[in-house]
Design a protein around this ligand. Sequence first.
Ligand code: PCA
Length: 209
Amino acid sequence: MRVLLSGFAPFGGSKLNPSWEAVRRLDGVQATDTVELFATKLPVSYREAADRLFASVRVICPDVIIAVGQAGGRKAITPELFAMNKSDSENPDNEGVVLNDQSIVEDGPEKYKSALPVHEIIRAIQELDIPVELSENAGSFVCNHVFYRLMHELRKTEKPKIGGFIHVPFLPEQISKNGAPSVAIDQLTEALKQAAIVSAAAFSEKVTV
Ligand code: PCA
């Protein structure tokens, strides 16, 4: 079974993005006897990010898609429960685009729920002693945009797949001494690997029931 993890390029003046730093370390990793991991990098662009994810999905044909992004300031890894049909941020994306109060999919549902087993993911990461908690708010910038487009796309794919979104905190090297909380790269990488394994197991159960 294949799990595709996406990470984002740096944005907002940062030199790196922990989401890509972590998932790139998982590209090509055989996580278990049956679970293979793949990674793809997305631009921080409302216009392009989701289409780039779908292009990778067409090439890799994963069963599980886990999009990952940075949520600077959060103290824990946060599997997201809901994607909202709204883009609204003062921050420009990497193409300089600012969106205010805009629907992502015209006439689309107000929100989608993650299809990942978020509670199992949280339990598995807790067992590794890595900070993790549920989030019910993926924001309204490019991450939520990709999450919403992914969930919208997954409704209509022929071959069943599951997907969702996980935000990760800053890396220690992104913050000044007394600044925001952070989680080390090895922990982020291990946590996302577990998230992939748990999600693949949930997907197998779903398709064999
Ligand atoms: N985080 C931003 C966009 C890219 C990223 O890594 C967000 O939370 O929307």
